[in-house]
Design a protein around this ligand. Structure first.
Ligand code: SF4
Ligand code: SF4
Length: 377
């Protein structure tokens, strides 16, 4: 039964292209975004559907390289390639694209995208502990609220934002509870199924429906899934991963390990964060939440170390693998801190620097096999 339910998640992306098309034809509005820092709540409060657009496939990269420098990370090139070739229906349907000043490649990509699509870029402060950072981020969320209102021709009430906050808080709780089932031995879901579920859920246009699907799968898996016991338990961290760029997750499981958790922002990173509803102003409440995301573009990014430390213990990790997409400087440099953490807590550690192509599969496989052999089971 749980396999059937996972299959339903696998079908979300294709099914929701049709639903979005029908919605568009009836005048519905869509907001496309590329990063976890985008507060989906504001799009929902505007009556629009937020859709994640991060490119996770190699296919459009060659087209992107006609414009972009080749030595950019695969995620940026794939995202831009899908946009410029008009091959992503989610991008095509979007009324507005929202980006943030996260890494250098991404923020310059948004300038290029602005040549053929309405784009709004939020200025993300990097030193989140300062008062100035919070003030700036609050103002940036207010500026986004105004842009959504003018672009989509709506008024966003505080009440609508609080309602959207409630929905996203519940969705995060449901997704986290499902991921947390993998703390057991054997884990409830294989890494590939976990990735399929957590990544695909973002394409569902109906948040209440996806909460129900997540809860149904969790209840179904309550008594255990079909993952074999005794396999080395791998915690993956680093750059975002989605279906199409899952090669490291797949390789771990091909050589006898099991990915019990993905700390990446397309996985667990944001799930423990809840918007605090005790604030008077919902925009201030959202600013506090989103500024806590432990992404490597923050400095210092101590939140990632803290999160990984608790995840390694909670998910009983035997190994940490840090995935860096080539040319992602922030994650690449931060890998040194992850290596130190792994040493401190006594876990074997492996950093893999790669791209979306299959050209280095054999090499990756050998390195993953070697690190899993260090685990005594
Ligand atoms: S890794 Fe950081 S910059 Fe990249 S999508 Fe995630 S939160 Fe955004
Ligand atoms: S993986 Fe790194 S370089 Fe690529 S978009 Fe994310 S933060 Fe930027």
């Amino acid at each position: 039964m749980s396999k059937e339910l996972v299959k339903k998640f696998m079908e979300i992306r294709v099914e929701n292209v049709i639903r979005l098309k029908e919605m568009k034809e009836k005048g519905g509005k869509i907001v496309g975004y590329y990063c976890t820092f985008f507060p989906q709540e504001l799009a929902l409060a505007a009556g629009a559907v937020p859709v994640g657009l991060c490119g996770t496939k190699e296919e459009p990269i060659a087209a992107a390289e006609e414009t972009l420098p080749r030595n950019l990370c695969a995620l940026i090139k794939s995202s831009y390639g899908f946009a410029v070739t008009d091959k992503c229906p989610f991008f095509n349907f979007s009324d507005l694209i929202v980006g943030e000043t996260t890494c250098d490649g991404k923020k310059k990509m948004f300038e290029f995208m602005g040549e053929f699509k309405p784009v709004h870029v939020m200025q993300l402060p990097y030193m989140k502990e300062s008062k100035a950072a919070l003030d700036l981020w609050v103002e940036e969320l207010r500026r986004l609220r105004s842009r959504l209102e003018s672009e989509l021709d709506v008024t966003i009430s505080d009440e609508a934002i609080w309602q959207a906050i409630d929905v996203i808080n519940r969705e995060s709780v449901a997704a986290k509870a499902l991921c947390d089932l993998n703390q057991q031995e054997p884990p409830a879901l294989s890494g590939m199924d976990l990735l399929t579920v957590i990544w695909s859920r973002g394409f569902n246009i109906d948040k209440e429906e996806i909460i129900e699907m997540l809860n149904e799968l969790r209840e179904n898996l309550g008594s255990g899934g079909d993952v074999a016991a005794g396999q080395p338990r791998v915690l993956i961290t680093g750059c975002p991963i989605g279906l199409g760029s899952e090669k490291v997750v797949q390789l771990v499981e091909d050589v006898g390990g099991t990915v019990v958790a993905l700390e990446n922002c397309t996985g667990y990173k944001i799930l423990p964060l809840q918007t605090d509803t005790s604030f008077d102003d919902p925009v201030v409440a959202l600013a506090h939440k989103y500024l806590q995301i432990p992404c490597s573009c923050m400095t210092p990014n101590t939140g990632r170390i803290k999160l990984l430390t608790s995840m390694a213990a909670d998910f009983k990790a035997d190994v940490i693998i840090d995935l860096t997409w080539q040319a992602c400087h922030t994650y690449n440099m931060e890998s040194r801190e992850i290596a130190k953490l792994a040493k401190r807590i006594g876990l074997p550690f492996l950093q893999l620097e790669t791209d979306y192509s299959a050209s280095d599969m054999e090499n990756l496989k050998v390195r993953i096999e070697a690190i899993l052999e260090m685990v005594e089971k």
